[in-house]
Design a protein. Sequence first.
Length: 71
Amino acid sequence: MTMTGDRFGVVPNGRRAQLPVFIQFGFKNDLIARELFFFDLSALCGQSGVSTDAVRRKLFGETTPSADAAK
């Protein structure tokens, strides 16, 4: 896969990343009804030349261990 654009708040290097993925499809009436897509975000970021921390903040917001523990 190739990370492109700046949708995660970072500018990737545009190179193709090679990493394992797992895709699970759920079907209803012979059509795809849902899709789960799992991959290693750190591996994708590392191969794309971007900060994993910056991408995580964009995707999940500002989280810190102390803030998570207080919930």
